[in-house]
Design a protein around this ligand. Structure first.
Ligand code: SDX
Length: 433
C-alpha cells in the first residue's frame, strides 16, 4: 500500500481533541483515510451501515467508476474484453493480473478442462432435493459439500492447494449448475465433453439428451461466453465481501464460495436477473408500464424496478450496454423477431430514463435488466439465471479470495456496532414479573 506523505487531519468529535490519519492514494478512484487506529486513539467507532463510505481492503483486481460508468478488469475495459477476449482468458487475467501468453493460455484451459468432472458420489446430493428445488438452493448445498470431497485442496496457507481449489471451483461450477438444471427437468445428467470449450461444454451439459444428438450453436456459445465475462467480477460487491469475510476466519474455499452463492441469491443482488424477468412478465405489455413506474416511486410500496439502480453506478452500467447488444444478437440468431419482453424492457428503459424520479436518483439499467431476456431466449428458466451468474462470478470470488489471503494486512473480519439496547439490569424470577 502506498502510504503518501500527505497527512489529512480528520476532525473527530471527541473529548480528547483532533487526530491525524494517513490518506492513502490508489492508482484510480477515491483516496482513503486510514482509520485503523481510530478506536485505539479515541475509543469511538465509525458508523457506516451498508458500507456506503467504507473501503474494506486494498485490491488490484477490478476498478469501477460509478459516475462515469467505467469497469476495468486488471485495467482492461469490460467492453474490450467482452468483444475481444473469452471467459477462460478473462479468468486467467483476473486470477493472475496479466493476459496469458499462448502457452499459459493453453495450459490454463487444459487444466480447467481436466477438472470439469465432479466426484461420482456428488450426484447423490441432487437426489436428496425435491424436484422443484430452486437451483440456487442446490448450488449452495452442493458447492459447500465439495469440501467433503476435496480435502487435498483445503489448506488455504498452501499456494499450490489454493491454486488447485480455485481451478476445481472454476472448472466444476458449470457441471454443478448444469446438473441442477437437468435435475429440475427430470432429465439425466450429461457428463462434461473435453472436446468442447468451457461455455460450449456448459450448454451441451444443459441441453444435450441421450436420445437427441445436440449441436451447440457457436453463436449462442459465444454470446453466453460474453455474458460470463460481464459477470466475472465486480469489486467488493455483497457476495464478494461475503466470500472475503468467510475466508478471513480461515474457512476452506469451498465453504467460502458457498457463502458467496447464498448472498448472491438475494433479489437485491444476483437474484435481480430472475426478479427483473418476472417483473417484465408481470408488466406484460407496454401500456401497463406507467402503473409499475408509479409503484416504483411510491415510498409505501416495497416494489422496486428490478434491474434498475446500483450502489456504485450512478450512470449507465457499462455491462448493461454490452448485455443489450448481446440480447439483440441472441434473438436474431434464434430468429425471434418481436420479443414482447424485449419490447417492454426497451419501452420501460426509455420511460424511466426520462422520468424525474429516476433521473434525480441516478437510477439506470444494471447488468440484470437485459440478461434475463437473453437467457430465457436461450432456453433457461428464470430459476437458472442466478445460477449462471454464480457460475461466472466464481472466477471473481476465487481471485478476490486469493488476493485477501496473500494480503499481509488482512485479519479476521470483525466489525463492531452502535449498541442501543438495554443497559445492565437484574434478572427477575418469573413469579416476580
Ligand atoms: C447487482 O454491488 C454490485 O456490484 C452488485 C452487482 C455485481 O456485479 O456484483 O453489480 C450485481 O447486484 C446489480 C444490482 C441488482 N439489483 C437490482 O436490480 C434490484 C433493484 N435495485 C435496488 O434494489 C437498488 O438499486 C440496489 C440494491 C441495487 C442499490 O441499493 P442502494 O445503493 O442501497 O440504494 P438505495 O436502496 O439507498 O436507493 C437509493 C434511492 C432510494 O430512494 P430514497 O430512499 O433515497 O428516497 O433510490 C431508490 C431507493 O428507494 N431506488 C429505487 C431503485 N433502486 C433504488 N427505486 C425504484 N426502483 C429501484 N430499482
Amino acid at each position: 500500500m502506498n502510504k503518501t506523505e500527505k497527512v489529512q487531519v480528520a476532525k473527530v468529535d471527541t473529548t480528547s481533541g483532533e487526530y491525524e490519519f494517513h490518506v492513502l492514494d490508489g492508482t484510480l478512484g477515491p483516496s482513503v483515510i486510514d482509520i485503523s487506529s481510530l478506536y485505539g486513539d479515541t475509543g469511538q467507532f465509525t458508523y457506516d451501515p451498508g458500507f456506503t463510505s467504507t473501503a474494506s481492503c486494498e485490491s488490484k483486481i477490478t476498478y469501477i467508476d460509478g459516475e462515469k460508468g467505467i469497469l476495468l478488469y486488471r485495467g482492461y475495459p469490460i467492453d474490450q474484453l467482452a468483444e475481444q477476449s473469452n471467459f477462460i482468458e478473462t479468468a486467467y487475467l483476473l486470477l493472475n493480473g496479466e493476459l496469458p501468453s499462448l502457452n499459459d493460455y493453453e495450459e490454463f484451459e487444459r487444466a480447467i478442462t481436466n477438472h470439469t468432472m465432479v466426484h461420482e458420489q456428488l450426484r447423490n446430493f441432487y437426489y436428496g432435493f425435491r424436484s422443484d428445488a430452486h437451483p440456487m438452493a442446490i448450488m449452495c448445498g452442493v458447492v459447500g459439500a465439495l469440501s467433503a470431497f476435496y480435502h487435498d485442496s483445503t489448506d488455504i496457507n498452501d499456494p499450490y492447494q489454493r491454486m488447485v481449489a480455485g481451478r476445481r471451483l472454476i472448472a466444476k461450477m458449470p457441471t454443478i449448475a448444469a446438473m441442477a438444471f437437468k435435475f429440475s427437468l427430470g432429465q439425466p445428467f450429461v457428463y462434461p465433453d473435453n472436446e468442447l470449450d468451457y461455455t460450449a461444454n456448459f450448454l451441451n451439459m444443459c441441453f444435450a439428451l441421450p436420445a437427441l444428438k445436440h449441436k451447440v450453436s457457436p453463436t449462442l456459445a459465444r454470446a453466453l461466453d460474453k455474458i460470463f465475462i460481464l459477470h466475472a467480477d465486480h469489486e467488493q460487491n455483497a457476495s464478494t465481501s461475503t466470500v472475503r469475510l468467510a475466508s478471513s476466519s480461515g474457512a476452506n474455499p469451498f465453504a467460502a464460495i458457498a457463502a458467496g452463492i447464498a448472498c448472491l441469491w438475494g433479489p437485491a443482488h444476483g437474484g435481480a436477473n430472475e426478479a427483473a424477468l418476472n417483473m417484465l412478465m408481470e408488466i406484460g405489455t407496454a401500456d401497463k408500464i406507467p402503473e409499475f413506474i408509479k409503484r416504483a416511486k411510491d415510498k409505501n410500496d416495497p416494489f422496486r424496478l428490478m434491474g434498475f439502480g446500483h450502489r456504485v453506478y450512478k450512470n449507465y452500467d457499462p455491462r448493461a450496454k454490452v448485455m443489450q447488444q448481446t440480447c439483440h444478437e441472441v434473438l436474431a440468431e434464434l430468429g425471434i423477431k418481436d420479443d414482447p419482453l424485449l419490447e417492454v424492457a426497451l419501452e420501460l428503459e426509455k420511460i424511466a430514463l426520462n422520468d424525474d424520479y429516476f433521473v434525480e436518483k441516478q437510477l439506470y439499467p444494471n447488468i440484470d435488466f437485459y440478461s434475463g431476456i437473453t437467457l430465457k431466449a436461450m432456453g433457461f428458466p428464470t430459476t437458472m439465471f442466478t445460477a449462471l451468474f454464480a457460475l461466472a462470478r466464481t472466477v471473481g470470488w476465487v481471485a478476490q479470495w486469493n488476493e485477501m489471503i496473500e494480503d499481509p494486512s488482512q485479519r479476521i473480519g470483525r466489525p463492531r456496532q452502535l449498541y442501543t439496547g438495554y443497559a445492565e439490569r437484574t434478572y427477575k424470577k418469573r413469579s416476580e414479573r
